[in-house]
Design a protein around this ligand. Structure first.
Ligand SMILES: O=C(CO)COP(=O)(O)O
Length: 286
């Protein structure tokens, strides 16, 4: 048995009763009352043409989504203006990143105050693609969270381990250090404006979704960590999103998990009908 399998097995007792007990109504009560409204983020990453974005906007505007869900889509900077003008409520907008401090002579960057001024309420920070491809370390992500929050943005803070880290038994250490850097740069009141997305790197864009037990195990760990290191009240109200190969078929099962309060969706958010379906995940029977 590998390390990760043994961890999963040891937590199966935790996850299974939640799954078994998940009659739709019972779960809705638990999730909605315990941790706030379900939250779906669509991270469009570096994708889109004028034409494809226009057709995605149309599909989203024509779709039907529940009132009780917060939905945030994050197009590229280039497409933000068009999406802002054309996408209707209930969709909110997010950026995929922003500069670590006040704007100025930082070629190619977009600052938090610009996003706020432009009417973009949310920003994704610490995505694993930025951590690995743009070499953003935990400390920089913590600083970015601090500055974005100080400028009135709401933050989707991303954390998650690589396969190598998981298999070598370092998963909890990685989550600990990513969370600690964010907590070191935030105050208690900031947590009203934060959600945390657990995105295991091995599940991103691979089609290999975390099993319900793996997702619940990591989310339960994060919630306990926040209870111990921030406050039990923040832990109880914090929305924890799962990200990594979420699609129309697996979202119902994942949405049933006790500590999964929403999703951060990549590939499937680029197809309007799929994303709309995922926005309705809480109503799916699994
Ligand atoms: O990175 C992600 C969302 O931020 C997940 O991407 P995929 O849904 O394409 O795996």
């Amino acid at each position: 048995m590998t390390f990760s399998q043994s961890l999963v097995t040891s937590r199966v007792q935790l996850a299974r009763p939640a799954l078994r007990a998940a009659s739709r109504n019972a779960r809705l009560e638990v999730v909605s009352r315990a941790h706030g409204r379900f939250f779906i983020g669509g991270n469009w990453k570096c994708n889109g043409t004028v034409e494809s974005v226009q057709s995605l906007i149309k599909e989203l505007n024509d779709g039907s989504v529940p009132d009780a869900v917060d939905i945030v889509v994050a197009p590229t900077f280039v497409h933000l203006d068009m999406v802002k003008r054309e996408l209707k409520g209930p969709f909110q907008l997010g950026a995929q990143d922003c500069w670590v401090g006040k704007g100025g002579a930082f070629t190619g960057e977009v600052s938090a105050e610009m996003l706020h001024d432009f009417g973009i309420p949310w920003v994704i920070l610490g995505h694993s693609e930025r951590r690995s491809l743009c070499r953003e370390d935990d400390e920089l992500v913590g600083q970015k969270c601090e500055y974005a929050l100080s400028q009135g943005l709401k933050v989707i803070g991303c954390i998650g381990e690589t396969l190598e880290q998981r298999e070598s038994g370092k998963m909890f250490d990685v989550l600990d250090s990513q969370l600690r850097a964010i907590v070191n740069h935030t105050s208690l009141s900031n947590w009203d404006n934060m959600v945390v997305a657990y995105e295991p790197v091995w599940a991103i864009g691979t089609g290999v979704v975390a099993s319900p037990e793996q997702a619940q195990e990591a989310h339960a760990y994060v919630r306990k960590w926040i209870a111990d290191n921030v406050s039990p009240e923040v832990a109880a109200s914090l929305r924890l999103l799962y990200g990594g190969s979420v699609n129309e078929s697996n979202c119902g099962t994942l949405a049933n998990l006790e500590d999964v309060d929403g999703f951060l969706v990549g590939g499937a958010s680029l197809k309007g009908s799929s994303f709309i379906n995922i926005c309705n995940a809480e109503n799916k029977h699994s």
